[in-house]
Write a protein that binds this ligand. Structure first.
Ligand code: ATP
Ligand code: MG
Length: 214
């Protein structure tokens, strides 16, 4: 491909990326919410978009199937970032990674030296590092979604999940007891593509940088 391919997930990342794309003169020719196409043309003949699962974005960019992508820091920490250049925090899709437990659960006692905590999460690497840093022994249970359910049915004592308004936690009688880190989405670039296609990629990176809003 002589042009450039940008990988995006539909939903909040696609929606919040539209103003950044516009700043680079890129307008998608289809809406991924209504179109079933996975490759979308744009107003620029040299730019196409591919629609991927959020957690797959770094993989497409790592292997060069996409030159650029937009991925949450949560997803990048699990992926590891191999082969990726991460030039920009786009400050979109913002939320927090947190530990949550059922209301009334004695978290302080559960993380005392010698204790073991059962933690269910989609974010195994992040959870492992967080609890290792605190010296807390954990049994990690990998889930792919609806983490809030796990402590309610005895699968785990705690969860590590993304929290924004806290509405889902509240609806399930859970409380956030520890913030792990703030999360936002990053621009990621294939390192080899950046060298080979710098003349095409750098103006897009610069336009995105100029359009980032706090
Ligand atoms: P899938 O829905 O395919 O399982 P996902 O839940 O990771 O994947 P999205 O919900 O589109 O996909 O989330 C994409 C990114 O947006 C996440 O990786 C995270 O960085 C961020 N994000 C997730 N939930 C929220 C939220 N409630 N508020 C703000 N940003 C969020
Ligand atoms: Mg989601």
């Amino acid at each position: 491909m002589t042009g450039i391919t940008l990988a995006l997930s539909k939903g909040r990342i696609f929606e919040e990326t539209l103003p950044l794309l516009a700043a680079a003169g890129i307008v998608p020719s289809d809406d991924p919410e209504t179109s079933r196409k996975l490759i979308l043309g744009t107003s620029r003949a040299d730019v196409r978009l591919i629609i991927v699962r959020a957690s797959d974005t770094p993989t497409y960019v790592q292997y060069g199937a996409a030159d650029l992508g937009i991925a949450g820091k949560d997803v990048l920490l699990e992926h590891g970032g191999a082969g990726l250049y991460q030039p920009l925090d786009l400050k979109i899709a913002r939320c927090r990674m947190a530990v949550a437990v059922p209301a009334g659960f004695d978290y302080a006692a559960a993380v005392r030296p010698g204790a073991r905590l059962r933690v269910a999460t989609k974010y195994i690497q992040t959870a492992r590092e967080h609890f290792a840093g605190k010296g807390v022994h954990v049994d990690l249970i990998k889930l792919y979604g609806s983490m809030e359910l796990a402590p309610l049915v005895g699968l785990a004592d705690a969860i590590v999940d993304l929290v924004s308004s806290g509405g889902t936690l509240k609806a399930n009688n859970l409380v956030a007891v520890e913030e792990i880190m703030p999360i936002s989405s990053r621009l990621i670039v294939n390192q080899a593509a950046l060298k080979m296609k710098r003349a095409l990629l750098q103006p897009v990176i610069d336009a995105f940088a100029g359009a980032v809003r706090d």
